[in-house]
Write a protein that binds this ligand. Sequence first.
Ligand code: NAD
Length: 351
Amino acid sequence: MKAKIITLPGDGIGPEVTGEAVRVLQTIAQQFGHEFTFTERLMGGCSIDRYGVALTDETLADCKGSDAVLLGAVGGPKWDDPMAKVRPEQGILALRKGLRVFANLRPVKPHPALFDASPLKPERLAGVDVLVLRELTGGLYFGLKSREQTASGVRAVDTLEYYDYEIQRVVELAFRLAAGRRGKVTSVDKANILESSRLWRQTAAAIGAAHPEVALEHMLVDTASMRLIASPASFDVLVTENMFGDILTDEASVLAGSMGMLPSASLGSGGPGVYEPIHGSAPDIAGKGIANPVGAILSAALLLRHSLRLEREAVAIEAAVDAAIAGGCRTADLGGKLTTRQMADEIISRL
Ligand code: NAD
C-alpha cells in the first residue's frame, strides 16, 4: 500500500527518536512491499524560532492531507516561560484540534525482562496488558473558565461539561478495541458526585447493552487509581474523561519502568491519527544520542495498526522490540549502554 506520513520531530530528543522510528517504518515498507513517503515539518519550539508560532497553518494543512502524523516531542528550557504568549505545547493542542482527534490511547504492557525497572513487585506486573483511553476534547480542561475578585476573596472557576455524543464516540471506540483484545471495558467516572459522570455512566451502559460480547464494568476514579497499582492485570481497556485520563495514563505509565518505553496514539473518526511517545523532549539528555527510541518505535507500530490497518506489520515491530528487550538490549534509562542508534539497529535486525 501507499501512505503519506508527516513527521514532526520537534525539539530535544524528539528528532533523535523520530529518526529511528522512520528507519523502522522504512524497513517494514521494504519487507512487506509498501510505499511510505515521509515529509518532515517543524512543530513546537523549533517552529516558534523559525515562524513565531508553534504550528503554522501550512504544516497543519499538510497534516490534514496525510494518512498519519508521527510526532517526537516538543518543548525545552528555551521556551519554558509559563507567561510567554507562544508556547511549544500549543502546537500539540492545535494539531489535535485541527485533526479532530478525540481519543488518546496508551497501551501499557510491561516486558517481563524489565519488571525490575518498575517500582511495583514483579508478581503484580505479571500479565499486565492495559489500554488506557482518555477523552481528549471535552471535560474540565475545555469548559468555561473564569477568575474574579469578589467581596470574600478571589474566585476561580473551571467547568466540567460533556455532551452525550462526545462520550458515545470515545466509549464506542473503547468497545471496538476491547472486542479485538480480551473483551473487557472498564468505564471510569465519579458518578456518585458529578452530574457529567452520571451522563457518562448512563451513556456507557447503553453502549454496553448493545455490545453483549464485551464485558462492561463501571468504576469510580478513586477506586480505579488504587486498582491500577494494586491489581493492574485486572484491566483490559479503561476509558475515561479528559482530566481523570490525564492522571490515570501517567499512573499507568509507571508500570512499564521507563518513560522511554511507551507509545501513544490520538485518534478521531477516520482522519489521520497522531502517534507519539509519551515522554517529553528530555533536555537533560538531548543531543547525546542516548535516548531510548522504543516509545517512538512502538508509536510507529500503532500508526501501522490504527491509521494504515497493517496489523501484521504492527505486530512485527512489537515482536522485534520484545525480542531485543528479551535479548538484553538496553539504553541508559534501562541501565544499559546502547545508544539510540544501536538500540534501533538491534530492533531492526530482529524484524
Ligand atoms: P521528559 O519526559 O522530557 O523527561 C523526564 C525524564 O525522563 C528525564 O530525566 C529524561 O531524561 C527521561 N526521559 C524521557 N524520555 C526518555 C527517553 N526516550 N529515553 C531516556 N530517557 C528519557 O519530561 P520533562 O523533563 O518533564 O519535560 C521536558 C520538556 O518536555 C518540557 O519542556 C516539557 O514541557 C516537554 N514535554 C513535552 C511533551 C510532549 O511533547 N508531548 C510531553 C511531556 C513534556
